[in-house]
Design a protein around this ligand. Structure first.
Ligand code: BDP
Length: 722
């Protein structure tokens, strides 16, 4: 174990961190995935050679907890990757010094007179520059804020991990979105709603006295990709999370996260004044109720001074909310926002609201409920809107609220955990799906009004910005269950930082840092993971189909499901198969929920000639023999998509099998087993769905589509197991 010269009270902390992360150094060795993309194993000798004169010492001034975390990271990262010790130094006494600091913490940085440039980068942004100090050539990592420095340090390490040249660096980075948050759907009993990687990372019964070391690694991983907040508890919230007892527990977590720039947020249950406060009502316009929330906010900030704010799921799927008292969503959100405003806290009010009304289209529910209140939400409120209008389906068109509420601050909510995408069994790299969403053109202010421009604030000068991802982390040793699901956590952070990044950039980076730096293997793997999402759509819900999963758990298909207590909890509600055809008519001839989009967008979805194949059955009910762009009839096209998805899983297995000598055996085996399950499931999906739809289409499977392995009755009898 290495010991660093540190202020006394940090020495123990550092020993613990070093113990947790120190590892033997050999490029191919069994790995359990714990180290994520922060492995820091030695680079190829030639690369090390090229860095040798560029990285000789670490000149870091300042010893706050954040500086300490950053110093440790750089020193561990550099030494690990380069295979030689990079010693700390107080002065620049040689070429190749890495000089890190803020103008406040470091006299050297102050002397470089970067004030104007640093000002432009803000507290979380940074500069990385190759420059000279006297006659020495050095690399500078500078920021106005310590969190910015930490992000800069991780960026520098990423350059090394991905073997980029560091000879002439001139990098200026800052995050495009302000609140980059993970939403944990963690319950107080340790279970995780829609979690597929073990139990919650927060052990509420042991907190605040015992703190799992792993929390620090979690915060560190988040910091490495710029995530700056965690909502600790499920949106289906328990009021107890806001009790004094639990606030102290949350404060203990916040203390671990703080050095890494990660703030703690909580989901607030709207009826907490009744359950915790003993009031008779939670009516947002009741004085006692608003007073209760004000006091609660004061209490929270007394315990967690940098508390971020609340997420609220109101009047949705049985949760209480202002509608319970005949008040509007704006009334509810504003009342909470007023309580948090004196402390600079924010409210993220979820737009995932839908009431069961006979004959309605759920895809229009959020727009109907919220659009009328555009401009009515307080300045510290973000409306948190899922990427699609239904619910985290393998593919959805973008949510019509993006672009439709110019006077309301919107933030996207993405789902990193794969509720509808094969849990942690299926490889589905989600960056391409999120890219498709972010690149969607809302036409709100003419062509080019992409979702990205709505949410990064550039289109409507939105002042508060953010993005949330429903986390896929848990107590599994590799954090996410599937080793490749780590890539989705990574991709979320990278896109939150810069929503213009390409999927392929993100994929390659992640692979290089996490799996291998062998160029030919990187190419194969990048192709594979970039194709994976489309393949999953192919074998689950091609051509715009959606929500035909097994009810409740959502693993595997059940397109026949029609016994849900509400219409919109049934598969048949979404696909509307009949003897004539398939799909949900959302045009003017049908539910007309398409009207919530800008007229230009409406046109492109409503017009069969313009509507992309991938959304056809989302917006249209089409005859089984509808002639597709390919020249095939819709039934044949559908069947071939399912077949194509299955074939991809087979090819993925083959390709992965071929990489046996290039990936460490432990992860290779683990992923191979998951891919086997994925193929089994894809076959099951194809067979079950096609057999069922065949009872309507009354047509044979086209050439090239394999015969089902079982009967429809068998598929109906039992769901897939995971
Ligand atoms: C659905 C999930 C459910 C969540 C809900 C939500 O099935 O568990 O509570 O979303 O986002 O996707 O509130």
């Amino acid at each position: 174990m290495k010991l660093y010269r540190l202020p006394g009270n940090y020495t123990l902390l550092m020993c613990l961190i070093i113990t947790a992360f120190s590892s033997p150094v050999s490029p191919i060795r069994a790995e359990d995935g714990y180290r994520l993309w922060l492995r820091y194993d030695p680079l190829p000798a030639q690369t090390i050679q090229s860095y040798r004169t560029r990285i000789t010492s670490l000149v870091i001034q300042g010893d706050s907890p954040t500086m300490l975390a950053m110093r440790l990271e750089l020193s561990r990262g550099c030494s690990g990757l380069l295979g030689y010790q990079v010693p700390p130094a107080d002065i620049i006494d040689r070429d190749g010094a890495i000089v890190v600091g803020t103008p406040k913490s470091s006299s050297i940085i102050a002397g470089l007179k970067l004030d104007r440039q640093l000002q432009a980068q803000g507290q979380e942004g940074y500069l990385i520059r190759s420059t000279r100090s006297g006659n020495r050539s050095i690399t500078v990592i500078a920021s106005n804020g310590e969190t910015g420095l930490l992000y800069g340090a991780f960026h520098f390490l990423r350059l090394l991990q991905t073997q980029r040249s560091i000879d002439k660096l001139n990098i200026a980075e800052k995050p495009r979105l302000q609140r980059r948050l993970l939403n944990h759907w963690d319950n107080l009993n340790g279970s995780i709603e829609r979690g597929y990687a073990g139990q919650s990372l927060w052990n509420w019964s042991e907190l605040p006295d015992r703190i799992d070391d792993r929390l620090r690694d979690y915060a560190r991983a988040n910091a490495s990709i710029g995530i700056n907040g965690s909502v600790l508890n499920n949106v289906n919230a328990n009021s107890r999370s806001l009790s004094a007892e639990y606030l102290h527990k949350a404060a203990a977590i916040a203390a671990v996260f703080r050095p890494y720039g990660v703030r703690v947020y909580l989901s607030a249950r709207f009826s907490a004044p009744i359950e915790l406060g003993g009031l008779k009502t939670a009516d947002p316009l009741d004085r006692e109720v608003s007073q209760w929330w004000k006091k609660k906010a004061d209490e929270i900030y007394g315990i967690i001074p940098d508390f971020g704010g609340f997420v609220v799921k109101a009047n949705s799927e049985g949760q209480p909310g202002p509608r319970t008292y005949n008040r509007s969503h704006a009334d509810g959100a504003n009342m909470l926002a007023a309580a948090l405003a004196p402390h600079n806290g924010i409210v993220m009010w979820r737009a995932f609201v839908y009431d069961a009304k006979p004959g309605y289209d759920r895809a229009g529910a959020a727009s109907e409920n919220l659009e009328p209140f555009d401009g009515k939400f307080a300045a510290n409120i973000l409306l948190q809107v899922k990427n699609g209008p239904i619910d985290f389906q393998p593919r959805e068109p973008f949510h019509p609220l993006f672009g439709a509420m110019p006077k309301t601050q919107l933030m996207p909510e993405l789902q990193i955990t794969q509720e509808y995408l094969g849990f942690s069994n299926h490889l589905a790299f989600l960056a391409p799906m999120w890219r498709e969403f972010l690149d969607s053109d809302t036409f709100a202010k003419g062509r080019g009004s992409t979702v990205t421009k709505v949410v990064d604030g550039s289109l409507y000068r939105q002042r508060l910005t953010g993005i949330a991802g429903v986390a896929n982390t848990g107590s599994s040793r590799n954090w996410t269950g599937h080793d490749f699901a780590q890539a989705n956590w990574y991709a979320f952070g990278r896109l939150a930082w810069n929503p213009d990044q390409t999927s392929s950039q993100i994929a390659r980076e992640w692979i290089e840092m996490t799996l291998t730096n062998d160029r030919s293997v990187i190419d194969t793997l990048a192709r594979l993971i970039l194709e994976s999402h489309e393949a999953v759509v192919d074998y689950m819900t091609p051509l715009g189909l959606h929500h035909i999963m097994w009810p409740g758990h959502h693993y595997g298909p059940a397109p026949w499901w029609d016994r849900g207590e509400r219409d919109d909890w049934n598969s048949v509600y979404y696909h509307r198969a009949d003897l004539k055809g398939l799909g949900f008519d959302r045009t003017g001839d049908g539910s007309n929920s398409i009207r919530h989009y800008h007229p230009q967008v409406q046109k492109s979805f409503a017009d069969l000639k313009a509507c992309p194949d991938k959304f056809l059955l989302w917006f249209h009910h089409l005859p089984w023999d509808y002639r597709m762009r390919s020249g095939r009839i819709m039934w044949d096209e559908l069947a071939l998509h399912y077949q194509r998805g299955v074939e991809w899983t087979r090819s993925a297995r083959r390709q992965w099998g071929g990489l046996a000598g290039s990936i460490d055996p432990e992860r290779h085996k683990a992923v191979a087993m998951k891919l086997e399950i994925q193929e089994r499931d894809a076959v099951h999906w194809r067979d079950a769905v096609l057999l069922y739809f065949q009872t309507f289409s009354k047509r044979p499977l086209p050439d090239g589509v394999e015969k089902p392995q079982r009967t429809l009755e068998e598929y109906k009898a039992r769901s897939l197991t995971w």
